[in-house]
Design a protein around this ligand. Sequence first.
Ligand SMILES: Nc1ncnc2c1ncn2[C@@H]1O[C@H](COP(=O)(O)OP(=O)(O)OP(=O)(O)O)[C@@H](O)[C@H]1O
Ligand SMILES: [Mg+2]
Length: 484
Amino acid sequence: MKRLAGDLLGERPPRLANIARKIRETGLAPDTAEQRARGLVKWRQQLLESQPEMFGGASLAREAVEFATGYRRRVDQSLVSLALEDFKSFVDVEIPLAPLTLFVGANASGKSNVLDAIRFLQGVASDLTISDILRGRHEGGREVWPPIRGGAAEISRGETTRFGIRSSWRIDGEHVEHRLECDIAKIPCIIREALSVGSAKLPLFDTHAKTLGTQAGVGVGHSLAVALERNKGGRRVTQRHSAMSSLLGQLERTDNVKRRVYQWTSRLQDVMREATFLDIRPSQMRGYAPAQAFELGADARNISPIVKQLCDTNADWRDRIVSWLSELCAPQLRDLDFVETELGDVMLILVEEDGTRISARSLSDGTLRFMGQLIALITASPGSLLLMEEIENGLHPQRLNLLVELLEGVTADRGIQVIATTHSPTVLAALSQNSLQNAVVFGRVPEVAGTQARRLGDLPHFAEVAQRRGVERLFSTGWLERAM
Ligand SMILES: Nc1ncnc2c1ncn2[C@@H]1O[C@H](COP(=O)(O)OP(=O)(O)OP(=O)(O)O)[C@@H](O)[C@H]1O
Ligand SMILES: [Mg+2]
């Protein structure tokens, strides 16, 4: 362990192979070790950029070791709130977000529109053009980015042609605020973007800074002027970039601009990109999948190899997975097994108490769905954001409390953030007091234009009424929507 820390703390970048070899020595499988090593090298780079003073300290060594071997390490990054302006069904609404936030509300109330906004930001951080984010992108005939629902035509509310998304993040103890406004009247482009960190009065960069004067706004050839924080203070530095994609990926590194401008833009890009939209498809989980797969996949198609890698890594995992699944599946489950083809593809087998072996091919939809959710939650990298639609789909109400327990566990222990939609009163009833208060209800009322959103804990008399009448009843009788 000490040797590993030495490699990471040295001034020269560590060699991936060396790190992987040292992690393997702790007993991890080669694939897992390599995956962890990659994570470590990436993390070292982030740390070097954001907190260079930490290099050389003993605490870093401890963190490095925890990261490589433990899965409990917390990463301090989360989406704190999202404010949507003329975005789809929203006029101007701020949605507060917690480590675990459930979205409830009638059909077409706007829950999935919020998830669309988060996916839009993921595209923004992936250096795609606004047009590609909205319309989708193909490379070599293959779809590399599916369009946002409704495309460019229906991204902004009603007849409007502009929309804004303001996202607030907590990253490494700092409050980070990113502000974006787009115009889709002709060629979809950015008309305003700014990034602020902490309590500093001026943003790190801003396309509407006073110093830009008449240069502000989209100019010739769809270019956008931006003012950046100067290295030694004083008048801001101006750069000009394309308005077709976010400035996060375009700012030029020059000596006269403060280093932290780039450190924070690249850090925020990484955090924004790390969202996973789970869309579990049992039909995709029933086949063989490559043993070397290193990610579950948003549809959980690599369930078999990922479960195998977890079991190979540590007997603890095997026991944990078996015990979770045996609570879900009747008849009782005894063990997990795998068959592997000559070509290196794997399929999962569940072994029941009486020795009956059931391959992934014949597992029920509900079992596969639950397994997909379970494995996604326990393998997501700390600090990542998971988005899930209608989590109750395909699960028996009796099992929903197990799912809720799992969601509350991973968000508290693993530093993962989950935003999920639900139509199930049972899910709400299974939530802890804290998660219940953090749930957000969406609704539309004739007197007010657009979607309204309120945290349950902020509804008048919510705690008292929920206690008296039970939240399931408040939900199914429409009390929550009326209380908004
Ligand atoms: N550009 C737009 N302008 C105005 N309203 C819009 C726009 N785009 C979508 N909407 C509204 O948002 C609705 C879809 O909302 P959304 O998909 O978020 O619903 P939901 O709460 O997820 O519902 P469900 O529970 O059925 O999935 C549309 O039916 C429409 O009323
Ligand atoms: Mg929806």
